[in-house]
Design a protein around this ligand. Sequence first.
Ligand code: ZN
Length: 266
Amino acid sequence: MQKYNIGIYSHNAEMPEGFDIYFNYMKDVTGIINKPVINSHNIISCFADNKTAKQNPELVAYSGKNRALRSEDKTLYCDWICRSHKEYYSKIFELVKIADKSNVAGFHLDSITMPNPDYCVCDTCLKKMQDNNVNINDFRINQTINFVKQISEITQKELSVTLYPDPFYQERYGIDIAALARYIDYFLIPLYDISYQSLYWLDILAHGFYKILKKPFFIMLYAKDVNLENLKKATEIVERYTNNIIISYDNDKAFEIYKMLKKFRA
Ligand SMILES: [Zn+2]
């Protein structure tokens, strides 16, 4: 790998020249599906899917208290589908199969888990746990691994997944990092903030992932409406732990970071 890999992460299909790696949404949390973006790592929001949740409410995950809908669980930023529905899996697999035929650089799987530790205890999930005699932690972890494994068998192109910003308690989101690492090429870790005015937490989390991950990883920083100087300071902290950095949702600021890191400063 070269010294720095600086990438962008974008909702639209724009791919300004000069970056080392590109991530563009093929399917985002709204559930809308776009055409595959050539030469880019196509992002697929897997189980966060507002459109499907609206059209097929019977597929929505359940916490025991409420369904995983923004209207019922105020901690959620989108609506989530339970992972026990094979017909929903098939739709995601089909999406990968079709895009795999075009010249995409790879696939990035976002929202591969459940939204938080309470999900999912719908009747179907409870029956599966009983039938297989597994507790909810193992059940969630196995579901995540099996899903990613199946996608890795569909495509030979580069594969990455999002890790939530918690390197210490993997069971929180149903993740087994070591097991997942067998099926992917790298992890993407969003350490997002809307201002980056305080940065101690960024140092702690970046250091935590640096210590725990054996696989290559990118740290993602949020750039939309963030002060450029703050973003530069955040980058300088992250750079202590990785040279793989993705700037999300503002290509102009991403280019400023690119120049800073590649030492093109005037
Ligand atoms: Zn369920």
